[in-house]
Write a protein that binds this ligand. Sequence first.
Ligand SMILES: NC(=O)c1ccc[n+]([C@@H]2O[C@H](COP(=O)([O-])OP(=O)(O)OC[C@H]3O[C@@H](n4cnc5c(N)ncnc54)[C@H](OP(=O)(O)O)[C@@H]3O)[C@@H](O)[C@H]2O)c1
Length: 297
Amino acid sequence: MERTKLSDNLSFSRIIQGFWRLTSWNLTSKQLVNFIEERVDLGVTTFDTAEIYGRGDAEIQLGEALKLKPELRSKIEIVTKTNISIDQSEETSFGYYDSRYDRIINSCKKSIKNMNCNYIDLYLIHREDPCIDFKEVARALNDLKEMGLVKEIGVSNFDPMKFKCLYDLTNKSLVTNQIEVNPQCFEHFDSGMIDYLTYKGIHPMFYSPVSQGLLFTSDEDIYLNSRILLSKLATKYNTTVATLVYAWLMYHPVSGMPIVGSKNIERIKEAINAFDIKLDHVDWYKIYTSSKQKVLR
Ligand SMILES: NC(=O)c1ccc[n+]([C@@H]2O[C@H](COP(=O)([O-])OP(=O)(O)OC[C@H]3O[C@@H](n4cnc5c(N)ncnc54)[C@H](OP(=O)(O)O)[C@@H]3O)[C@@H](O)[C@H]2O)c1
């Protein structure tokens, strides 16, 4: 398995396992230990979660697995995220952001306790926040590093301007931006975020690489169009549609790390198979335009 160096202090497996849906998989702690070990055996050592996943239960479930098998901790890297809050006082709960200093410090400590993990390898601000004080966020992230509670810091879903604000205020120590990239989603190509990260040599984490599975199931035009083109190319490369998408994602010079959201080990293997695909340069553009949302000029 290729590894990606995020800093002198931290490297990740190029393919990452995502835990957004962990609580819906109904795994016992023992089954989750096995789940993690199976991936570690394949070289997938990095696991992505968030304070908000399963309303806190995803971190707790991971913590129970690590309690059962503490020696796993040194074999894996844990990514988690903060700043999404839910106000339960309303009849229907209301989601909002809280990126204030105390909230970040306390939620990091709580995540470490919930996950029984002693420290977090990479701690991310989960979403852009319209009421953010970048100086306070930078102070909190820097303090967490100083306290040894997190090894490295980063963000998720940030646009270039917001990324640059926090990057400068953290002494240029953000090591990633976790963003959605797949053949249907172009937000970060269009904003220049991917260009900026390429220029700075910062490697993004790519979430929803197969568009949350819609690439295989939806009959909406943007998915169907891509599916038709990708199926043709899959025959050319003697591979699967999913493997081709991972090859497309990893071909880009920004050297991003796809996060697989599936519970199924065979899907992880499909991602790993992408290392064997030598994608023709022209085919990268065919996949980029396959949904028919993009026209090259
Ligand atoms: N930072 C953020 O805001 C953010 C947002 C979303 C996600 N994430 C992270 O990124 C991870 C991945 O995102 P995602 O879950 O949306 O990604 P995804 O890998 O695009 O989607 C996974 C879903 O697609 C289904 N699927 C069907 N065929 C598949 C195939 N061939 N390969 C892979 N999956 C297939 C899976 O079902 P089966 O399980 O039945 O295979 C699963 O329900 C999450 O777990 C989370 O850690 C972060």
